[in-house]
Design a protein. Sequence first.
Length: 94
Amino acid sequence: MSDNDYKINKFAYRELYYFCLRYGEYNNENSRKLIEQTAIEVDNNIYQPLLLNVTTGVTYEQMKACGVMILCGRRQFYEKRKKFFWILNNRKDS
């Protein structure tokens, strides 16, 4: 799929963004698993930094500055983040 195939409505994105930011509050294991499994599906090699980004808002640059190992470049990371939200959107709608 091309980068354009991962576009979602801006309001759907905002809903998913805030859904992910509440990750630490969820007592519901299903919500946590949904976010974790989506990150793993996007890229098993970078799912931990991706999970950190989508659940806390820590940027790629902040993670790199703190020594977090990210096995791809900035552009690739944010492409994978876009794919994450696209997959999450499809999973939450079904």
